[in-house]
Design a protein around this ligand. Sequence first.
Ligand SMILES: Cc1ncc(COP(=O)(O)O)c(C=O)c1O
Length: 403
Amino acid sequence: MYSHRGDFLRHLAQTSPAPMGLEVVAAHGVRLKDVHGRWLYDLIGGISVCSLGHGHPVIQRALKKQLRKFSHVMVYGEMVQGPQVLFAKKLSEFLPKPLDCVYFVNSGTEATEAAMKLAKRATGRPKIAAFNEAYHGSSQGALSLMGSEYFRGAYRPLLPGITTLHYEQAESLQHIDKATAAVFFETVRAEAGTRPVSQEFLNALYARCRATGTLLVLDEIQTGLGRTGAMFSTSTLDFVPDMVLSAKALGGGMPIGALISSPQLMQHFSHAPILGHLTTFGGHPLSCAAGLACLKFIAKEGLGEQALAKEAMFRHFLQHSKIQGVFGKGLLLSLEFENEAFNFKVIEQCLKLGVVSDWFLFNAKSLRIAPPLIMTEKEIKKISGLVLEAIDKVAEEEIKGVK
Ligand SMILES: Cc1ncc(COP(=O)(O)O)c(C=O)c1O
């Protein structure tokens, strides 16, 4: 089959000197087909996106049905569009009160941007805090929150008034003060290598925010939609955050993001000034229709609860002396190795054996496991076997190299 590889390198903006470069020609279920006709298991689901795998009939039906009715008709918020309304209402069912008002955008980054603006507008405060080794998006506002000077330093000047906090360090919370509009946090530190945050620390964070009048923004862009058990990990907390961010899996594979808050908070976007946040394509009818179908399917099939059982399966099968730890929750997991070089070789070897994986932004010695939630036990066993085979091969090569 004709390869686009040359033109990919020539005409598409590159984001690293060494892209994975897998040339995909088809995708079905939990597998991707490459240009050489090989089917590979997808262990990352487009980075926590494809919860129902690829080409799921439920998503296809929803898209076709909506496409026959209408596609784009107007910018967000002006016309009553059924797919947006139905999706927003359904999402609210899975979140604690008063989180039942949705602003749809196009991506996680945009959800972060909208939340930063809403926090400043609602509190009148200038500062925003986020955590070390956290990723909330790539635009200049969201990038300002990124907990890594390596990634953000080259783009300064960024937003002023940003504070970087440290998880599990109670003293770090003292940096949240009465000038802090909001703190962005996660329940599982996705890009740090899927590290769950303790309930005690989150409760201390909540207490500090309540004492200072600071808003809490929970980034559920990777943890949400059943991936870590509950539909939203928000419902597993001892408190209700002021805002929740969603994206990635939200659209069942279609692009969409959402900022969710109480109506009381969200109303700030509608006056002084009006049109406080704008988007042309946010909440696109096709994305909403696909997202609603996906959400209903996850709930009906209990894929969230199943994600916890599947975590146990991965933990059971993935045992090897070279694996230093399995971290994370549900189907947001990581395998940690002794160093980055070893992990990169395992990822490369996995690809050769027919498994697609990846590393993390802030943790390059860990291998990513974020597969479609529909992955079966048989597939988990098969893939785990292939990952172990890859680790064996890399370990053997290491020994040969030493001799
Ligand atoms: C936790 C988290 N927040 C925000 C984002 C940004 O989302 P997007 O890539 O849709 O802009 C990501 C993307 O990886 C993420 O993992």
